[in-house]
Design a protein around this ligand. Sequence first.
Ligand code: C2E
Ligand code: CA
Ligand code: CA
Length: 536
Amino acid sequence: MEKRMSEQELIGSFEEALNYGHIFACYQPKINHSTGRMIGAEALMRWKHPVFGLQYPSDFIPVLEKNDLIYKADLYIFETVCKFQRKCLDSGIPIVPVSCNMSRFDIYHDDYVDNIEAIRAKYDVPVKFMHIEITESSAIGGMELVSDVLNRLHSYGYMVEMDDFGSGYSSLNVLKDLDVDVIKLDMRFLSGGIGGRGGAIINAMVQMAKWLDTPVIAEGVEKLDQADYMKSIGCSYVQGYLYSKPVTEDEFIEKLKTTDFEPVSPVIEMDNMDAGKFWDPDSMETLVFNNYVGGAAIFSFLDGKIEMLRVNDKYMKEIGMNMTEQEVLSCQPWDCMDEHNKQVYSDALSRAAETGEEITCETWRTICSKTCGEDKICIRSAIRMIGKAGEQYLFYVMVRNITNEKKNFETLYDSERRFRFASEHANVYAWEVDLSTKQMRPCFRCMRDLNVPPVVYDYPEPLIENGIFPPDYADMYRDWMKQLEQGVDHLEAIIPLTVGRVPFHVRYTTEFDENGKPLKAYGSATLVVDGEDKKE
Ligand code: C2E
Ligand code: CA
Ligand code: CA
């Protein structure tokens, strides 16, 4: 018999479920779509009640979270996975890194990292086989907490994957500020499919991830065309029903035995190369240079001067703007850059020379060509030193013209920043209501403190239901919504909010279109502190 268990039933049988293994882990492989090999797996919690049957995470995880039981459950799954990995090591089953989910509520337990580390040590599983997925929404509780957990995980050597990237408002900020090792982009968050707007957004996100040299795993991939599309934009790692549903431990062992494994590789691969071979027209390097890499060039650097030595056809396409090869070769890249960009580029060169590693930078350049006139373009360069003689350095650079992506990014970033302004700086809760669709979008404070989801449908019903608006104010509040829809431009009152009935000064202002039709209502709530607010 399968029956959805009530909250009370779940809470009541939780301890028993842990003790008797009713809660356990399933495994879903992560695959490199280009090679068909497995790169790892994710552990997903399952609960099979002896009488009520299989319960779904979407039902029981929120209950565990709400009742502060998720922490224990997450540690339990982590331990289950450690035991599993130990079994693989001991019995010669091929082993792959497995990621465990960290609930955003685990962040508030400051012994999370030490606890999992103690468990891992107990089973003596090398840390490279245990990854942690943190969700983007953890950042709602404040960046400092997440960033602290991330640093501590890193200090023990854990790889950290950013889960559900693209689901929230703060994606771009989170990506910029958190140094995660892998980004998981959920295809299911896409509206409009890969053909339309969704494709453009995914593309922009994958590009951004590349700028940060962070590999991306696309999850929720159900169809071949989705996987192919991701591959075409340079993201071959996929997880989803296309390859496999989450499977039991035994089925997973079968998969481990029959599937090849490969590690996740860094974003840009370039082997060490020997400078001399580039001058040999018959060498493999020359062949590769001319045919198989993207835009690439070789230049020398001496006394602050760059001399372009060789460029390939694709380089010409990326920045050439119809110039002849001769024109490109004779041009000093410095001359196209302003002081700031010059500094960025020369810093990158110094670092490439010092470290011997590939260094990337982005610079805006003003290109002037006889045929196309003047234009500003943004170039991403991946620079590597390939030779040095005295004070003269030889560099290999791969370039990509990222002007369009850059512009997309700025637009996305701007609109997001505008949206978040209200909540971050003023001490208020703010939200907006689309009066035609009844969709409400809260500020991040509402999301953090009141647990409001990023989009509330059929507003205000869900918030009345969960008690943010007390029942005795529900009808008044519904009436407010009607008034706003009918074009009232301002409303305000002191309303007790949440089950705690904390008094807030709630205000609405309406935005109209050019015909006077009400479009959106902007709501705010300010705490009433000892009559202070009342004096207005
Ligand atoms: P998630 O971390 O984003 O996990 C991926 C979810 O997507 C899983 O759902 C997986 O079964 C599902 N999925 C994978 N591929 C596809 C696909 O191609 N199509 C569709 N429609 N779905 C796909 P699941 O197992 O039901 O878990 C749901 C959520 O519950 C997880 O989302 C995660 O947030 C949470 N969860 C699961 N296990 C744990 C756990 O051990 N600890 C914590 N804190 N949360 C967990
Ligand atoms: Ca996950
Ligand atoms: Ca996910």
